[in-house]
Design a protein around this ligand. Structure first.
Ligand code: 6PG
Length: 239
């Protein structure tokens, strides 16, 4: 038993990326046709680099009606090489015709990661017009999975995994000694579509554990959309 609604495994990373590209195109066009906008939260990491580059070449996607949020961010200045915003800007945003106002970064210029999380939460509440205790409904959330089973900046054993009220929280990642801000599972699981894009042989072990053994201890295994669709797109890491 596992909680994945759709597992699509490809032999190559390229084929997995191309499938994710197609899903993004379909979901964005559908969302704009239905609601006049497409809201997406995207992740950092190495895996989605090619996807972002390819998206950057798709001039026919509805970029003017697309709103890009971040799933998580390292608490570093935006010009730092570890900044997700920097990577996403360079590979995607700089190459598309998207209004600046449609980009919703996690601001790391606040005094503390906690202050940054509170500010991001306020931005989400205002953009989505949320009342107290409501959660945003993203059209799409794009996630990766780390070899240890983490997703977003939700690491195994972290307190943040149990958070049920907040939209974004600060995280102290002891393993890497870095501080981050992340969307919570409550937000992730409220999305209409969730795509996990996972590639490479080094992830085969963790994917096997998640898919076949359903290790609920792993953060990625706690991603279970309440009403949405979940796509696990794999390249070169599961057969
Ligand atoms: C980040 C992420 C993180 C990432 C995984 C996988 O900002 O790093 O959001 O959850 O998706 O660590 O990273 P790779 O794609 O580099 O393997």
């Amino acid at each position: 038993m596992n909680n994945f609604h759709k597992i699509i495994a490809f032999k190559t990373k390229e084929a997995a990326t191309n499938f994710a590209l197609k899903k993004w195109g379909d979901i964005s066009k559908y969302s704009v046709a239905k609601n006049g906008r497409f809201t997406v939260a995207i992740s950092g990491g190495n895996t989605p680099l090619d996807l972002y580059r390819k998206l950057g070449m798709r001039k026919n996607l509805p970029w003017e009606k697309t709103h890009i949020f971040l799933v998580d961010e390292r608490y570093v200045p935006f010009f730092h090489e570890a900044s997700n915003l920097r990577m996403i800007r360079k590979n995607l945003i700089e190459n598309i015709n998207i209004p600046q106002i449609n980009i919703h970064p996690i601001n790391t210029a606040e005094d503390t990661p906690e202050a940054s999380a509170i500010k991001y939460e306020a931005e989400l509440k205002s953009f989505f017009g949320l009342q107290e205790h409501e959660f945003p409904v993203f059209d799409l959330i794009l996630l990766g999975i780390g070899a240890d089973g983490h997703t977003a900046s939700l690491f195994p054993g972290a307190d943040a995994l149990a958070e049920q009220k907040r939209l974004a929280v600060a995280v102290d990642n002891d393993r890497n000694a870095d501080k981050r801000v992340t969307l919570t599972l409550a937000v992730i699981n409220n999305a209409k579509n969730i795509i996990f894009l996972v590639t490479g042989k080094h992830k085969a072990h963790v994917m096997k554990e998640i898919i076949e053994e359903y290790n609920s201890q792993l953060p990625a295994a706690s991603v279970k959309p309440k009403n949405g669709e979940l796509f696990l797109i794999l390249g070169e890491c599961y057969s």
